[in-house]
Design a protein around this ligand. Structure first.
Ligand code: ZN
Length: 165
């Protein structure tokens, strides 16, 4: 199928020429995630900066990793997608990716999410293979984890611990 072979090319391209790879400073949080079933690993750093409105923006995601092409290409595609987004927008992209991974190969789900997921939509075919879904999701789990930690560093809890509504 033509669409699927195009998707394969996108994944291979990210695997061969990963975007944003390398560990950089500054960063607020670093996490290490593994996918033991396949042997994939990623070390991922998140750097947040507040925009003019005071909302934290994902200004850098830097990473090193090893493992299968799906796991490593997924980090690269995620990098392109989340840089410059607010943390909630980046996490929302992660939710869309999760929806894609639950599509069981239904390409109509991929079509609906094309705009939201950009290159990450190319992983649609992975959803047919339950054993590979974790490979594709590892980077997104790491991002979610690192973002939560980065936010807690960037916005330390107030002494009273209360929220001002
Ligand atoms: Zn893998």
């Amino acid at each position: 199928m033509q669409l699927e072979s195009m998707y394969q090319d996108i994944i291979l391209d990210h695997y061969r020429n990963p975007h944003g790879r390398g560990l950089r400073e500054p960063f607020e949080a670093e996490v290490h995630h593994v996918n033991p079933t396949c042997g994939d690993e990623v070390t991922l750093r998140v750097h947040l900066e507040n925009d003019a409105a005071g909302d934290p923006i994902v200004s850098d995601v830097s990473y090193e990793g090893m493992g299968c092409s799906i796991s490593q290409a997924s980090v690269s595609a995620m990098y392109d997608l989340v840089i410059g987004k607010t943390v909630p927008q980046a996490l929302e992209a992660g939710e869309h990716f999760m929806t894609l991974m639950q599509a069981k190969g239904d390409m109509s789900v991929a079509e609906k999410l094309e705009d939201e997921l950009e290159d990450a939509v190319a992983f649609a075919g992975v959803s047919k293979y339950p054993a590979r879904i974790k490979c594709a999701l590892m980077s997104w789990m790491a991002l979610k984890d690192a973002s939560a930690r980065a936010l807690s560093v960037a916005q330390p809890a107030t002494p009273t611990g209360g929220h001002t509504a």
